[in-house]
Design a protein around this ligand. Structure first.
Ligand code: ADE
Length: 253
């Protein structure tokens, strides 16, 4: 079982997301355990103060180190390490972190325990970064008011990769980005809707031809929308040929 602990100042923000969809499915099936912890519960003063003024001045408050360290230390021993599985990552969500992508989601889904700490953009005491966390992750080059939505994004992308969560009917293998390419176009019934027909090949029942069409469409779509992804994609000689054909026809448009 994969355990995800989320440390936040706003536990109620997680109520909706955790009680439906992928999170509910994964936790109901006991494939994933998700616990939300209020950082404020790890303060010792009467007013449960979690932030303070920045040394040296400057705008905004800074999250104090003590409650964050104490929360992580209280959570840590609950999950024993399993042989061969990377045990624990302690991750701070921050716009200064490593950019999150499918590769990072895959890497994290191989761990058996993640602790996600929701930072706040005014700042977190630097000693949390230096002496507590193993990773800092950003979900994109923009600033959110806190790490909560980022933690949900990371948890969602990771949880769906945990074996058994998606069930046998769906597979994350063909997902956009899983192959290094964007996913091919998808269709379902009816085969003709308002006069718009589904590509004939998909109705042919010829699995080899369909697989080829899927790969071609992925390449064309990636070329049109995210050409920079093609530099890193693992393409066969035949696919490289297809790519140059697609490039010339795009240029000729
Ligand atoms: N906290 C604020 N902005 C963030 C971002 N872009 N990614 C992760 N955590 C954040």
């Amino acid at each position: 079982m994969v355990q995800i602990d989320i440390l936040t100042l706003f536990p109620q923000m997680f109520q909706g997301p955790l009680s439906s969809g992928i999170f509910k499915r994964a936790t109901d099936r006991k494939l994933v355990g998700i616990s939300i912890h209020n950082i404020r519960d790890y303060t010792h003063d009467k007013h449960h103060i979690v932030d303070d003024y920045a040394y040296g001045g400057g705008a905004g408050m800074v999250l104090k180190p003590e409650p964050i360290f104490e929360a992580v230390e209280a959570i840590k021993p609950d999950v024993p390490a399993e042989d061969g599985i990377e045990a624990l990552r302690i991750i701070l969500l921050t716009p200064q972190g490593r950019l999150f992508c499918q590769q990072v989601a895959l890497e994290l889904s191989a761990c058996n325990h993640l602790i996600l700490i929701c930072g706040h953009y005014e700042g977190v005491d630097e000693r949390v970064r230096e002496y507590l966390v193993s990773d800092e992750i950003s979900i994109g080059d923009y600033v959110l008011s806190g790490g909560e939505f980022a933690a949900m994004v990371v948890a969602d992308a990771v949880v769906r990769l945990v074996p058994g969560v998606l069930g046998s009917e769906a597979s994350p293998i063909d997902d956009s980005h899983a192959t290094g390419l964007l996913e091919y176009p998808q269709y379902t019934r009816p085969s003709v809707y308002r006069g718009w027909a589904v590509p004939e090949i998909l109705l042919s029942g010829n699995h080899a031809q369909i697989a080829k069409w899927h790969r071609e469409q992925s390449i064309i779509r990636t070329l049109e929308r995210r050409p920079e992804l093609l530099d890193k994609a693992n393409l066969s000689v035949e696919e490289r040929q297809l790519l140059s054909q697609a490039k010339s026809s795009l240029e000729g448009r």
